[in-house]
Design a protein around this ligand. Structure first.
Ligand code: DHE
Length: 653
């Protein structure tokens, strides 16, 4: 259960909105449904009747189709959005051909090429039928005579609807768009912009997603039509104020289940725990631990809501799991059967934790960075007893005071007693010194706004973090405590922790995939050894599709692997890049039931694990050299991230 039910609601009672006259969109003109409320002008509409008489097509059905699907990206007479405005195009023969086969019409014509260059992505082919296309064109003709198409009125939300939709927004949308909806990984969908996009456009976006990374929540059946309708209405209202989480409540949430003195002083099983894989079962709120040597399950444990990732303690003995509800769970891998030995909740919403790793501080402290409230909380690493709660600075690198600053990636160097925290909205990378009383923030390095995920270079000196809404990576020199460089890569870089390998031509490199375009950018990452190419893109690799979330390698692997999880066409596939040849060697299907997501190598790099992310999901274990399937471990509910103890402790990626 989300814990956001304590949000204060500003909006009570049934609500109706005034709409701004506006503009917006073309990228997902999808198929067939005509079930949208308020869609069609009815059969008494004389223009529609005239259109039916002359063409046999049904303008009202075309309008319904436009509202339910096309309006996610296009407006009619209200201006550009994610694609061109579709007014005054009805007589354009190219549009009919384009709707029949977007890829062909784009490839075959100069006009198509120009549109592609302007918009940067191709509209997916939704397989529209000839009657669908005729109806759309009839609607365009009729609407050209009527003027701009205004969005439908939003649904009325009762107080109960509002509360439920607030939690739905928190669970499904806030991670990318922010609690105040100002955007970060996803775009601004604040009240004003949402009113402009309108009820139909918001509904279509929620239903079909976009080629730029918005998931298709409707067609993938994560949200039903009623939820889509309520969310489209909720987004057009002011966001409610989220609650704070003071230290007293954090302390009250702390549960020490097995005290350190009751825990074993040596592993109580003969398994190779350093090759354990902790596997996130996201929607189940569970972590499954597998033995990486035998591929046998070891245990399945309850952790936080919509659990996100695991991090290892500095020695590797413990896993820390972080739930999206801010619940941290401490898992002891030395117990006879690994178990949760403590829990605590330092945030209402969180994505990351990291342990203290400097010599003398191994396993001593843990930091949890919050998505909400804007704070970080430090715990005892062995008990999770809360030790300090500190507010984040709320000013951005541009000097603006923000309502929301979220802690995104956190890393901890071995060389200094620091946590390095990417502050998403503000664009600072903050350093916290855990040797000082109160665990203060000791440096705030201006980097780039909308920081998200990142990891270390091969030497462990540079923290490379994506500013994904700025299409850049920021490189932080942690030793010198300064921004070393920014690298322009592509649309919405998403490296996970990135990947480090020795390129035969350019020396040490690091790389990122992208959500928004089918590209991997590889850049020099050795300013000491190869200053000529340091932090410069040296290779660009084209993938079959955009929508990639993760890449990964291992020093003993000849491959770097990429997923395309958010792709509408290739989400089951992964691609293998050959370090030796500098090219993609092959792309192949891995997932059977869902989407292929995230990689983790075994301790020795001889195998690589990929998730088949589905309700009836699986872990697919591939041979590290041949990439042939070794095993498919089924029975997992929505498996996502996987974390090998050895590789997580030693930053092997
Ligand atoms: Fe993640 C890493 C945030 C959605 C799986 N994700 C990260 C990190 C951040 C982040 C800040 C870096 C943590 C670190 O290294 O300290 N993730 C977010 C979001 O805000 C976002 C976009 C939306 C949300 O609501 O949470 C989001 N993440 C997802 C997913 O949908 C994924 C694919 C599955 C899931 O959990 O729902 C997902 N994120 C992961 C994984 C990592 C991760 C597996 C760690 C990668 C690694 O190898 O370290």
């Amino acid at each position: 259960m989300s814990t956001f039910s304590r949000f204060k609601s500003r909006s009570l009672g049934p609500l109706r909105l005034l709409f701004l006259s506006g503009f917006v969109l073309l990228a997902s003109c999808g198929g067939g449904s005509s079930d949208v409320a308020g869609a069609a002008a009815d059969s008494t509409d004389p223009l529609a009747a005239a259109s039916r008489r002359t063409t046999g097509a049904d303008a009202a059905a075309g309008e319904a189709l436009f509202r339910s699907t096309c309006s996610g990206c296009h407006t009619f007479g209200r201006g550009k959005h994610l694609g061109p405005d579709l007014a005054n195009r009805a007589q354009d023969g190219w549009v009919r051909n384009f709707l029949r086969d977007p890829a062909k019409a784009t490839a075959d014509t100069g006009y198509g090429q120009r549109l592609l260059a302007e918009w940067g992505y191709l509209m997916p082919d939704f397989g529209l039928s000839e009657p669908d296309i005729a109806n759309l064109l009839a609607f365009f003709t009729r609407q050209d005579g009527l003027g701009p198409l205004q969005p439908s009125a939003p649904a009325e939300l009762t107080p109960t609807d509002f509360e439920q939709t607030k939690n739905l927004y928190f669970n499904r949308c806030a991670g990318c768009h922010g609690l105040y909806r100002k955007g970060a990984t996803g775009p601004d969908i604040g009240q004003q912009r949402s009113q402009w996009i309108g009820t139909d456009g918001l509904g279509a976006l929620l239903r079909h997603g976009t080629p730029r990374g918005m998931p298709d929540f409707g067609t993938s059946q994560i949200l039903d039509e009623s939820e889509i309708s309520r969310l489209a209405a909720y987004l057009q209202l002011a966001p409610p104020e989220p609650p704070l989480l003071p230290m007293s409540e954090i302390q009250a949430s702390w549960k020490l289940l097995v005290a350190p003195e009751q825990r074993p002083s040596a592993p109580q099983h003969a398994l190779n725990w350093q090759n354990f894989f902790g596997v996130i079962e996201r929607d189940a709120g569970k972590v499954s631990i597998f033995d990486g040597d035998t591929l046998q399950p070891v245990v399945r444990l309850d952790v936080g809501f919509a659990v996100h990732i695991l991090r290892s303690s500095a020695t590797g003995r413990y896993f820390y799991a972080i739930g999206r509800d801010g619940l941290v769970s401490l898992i002891d891998l030395w117990a006879t059967v690994p178990n949760v030995v403590a829990t605590v909740k330092g945030c209402h919403d969180a994505r990351s934790v990291e342990s203290s790793r400097f010599e003398g501080y191994e396993d001593k402290y843990l930091v949890e960075g919050c998505y909400w409230p804007p704070q970080y909380v430090v715990f005892d690493g062995l008990t999770l007893e809360p030790l300090a709660r500190n507010d984040l600075p709320m000013d951005s690198i541009d000097g603006e005071t923000l309502p929301e600053v979220r802690v995104a990636a956190i890393v901890a160097p071995r060389s200094e007693p620091l946590w390095v925290m990417a502050l998403k909205e503000s664009g600072f990378v903050a350093l916290v010194d855990y040797t000082q009383p109160g665990f203060p923030l000791v440096a705030n390095i201006a980097a780039e706004r909308f920081l998200h995920d990142g990891g270390w270079d091969h030497s462990g000196r540079y923290f490379i973090v994506a500013a994904n809404a700025r299409n850049k990576l920021a490189v932080i020199d942690v030793k010198e405590r300064k921004l070393a460089a920014t690298v322009d890569t592509g649309t919405t870089p998403h490296p996970g922790r990135g990947a480090n390998w020795l390129d035969p031509e350019y020396g040490w490199v690091n790389a990122t995939t992208h959500i928004g375009e089918p590209k991997v950018s590889i850049y020099g990452a050795d300013p000491q050894g190869r200053p000529d190419v340091a932090w410069r893109v040296v290779r660009e690799v084209t993938l079959p599709s955009a929508g990639s979330l993760f890449l990964k390698t291992h020093p003993d692997s000849p491959w770097v692997l990429f997923d395309m999880t958010l792709s509408t066409t290739n989400s089951r596939q992964v691609c293998a890049y050959s370090k030796a040849s500098g090219t993609v060697d092959r792309c192949f299907d891995v997932a059977r039931n869902g989407k292929a997501v995230h990689f983790e190598f075994s301790q020795d790099g001889s195998r690589v694990w990929v998730s088949d992310w589905a309700v009836d999901g699986a872990l697919v274990v591939l041979d590290g050299s041949t990439l042939e399937e070794v095993a498919r471990l089924g029975g997992l509910q929505t498996p996502t991230g996987k974390f090998n103890v050895h590789n997580t402790v030693h930053d092997i990626y």
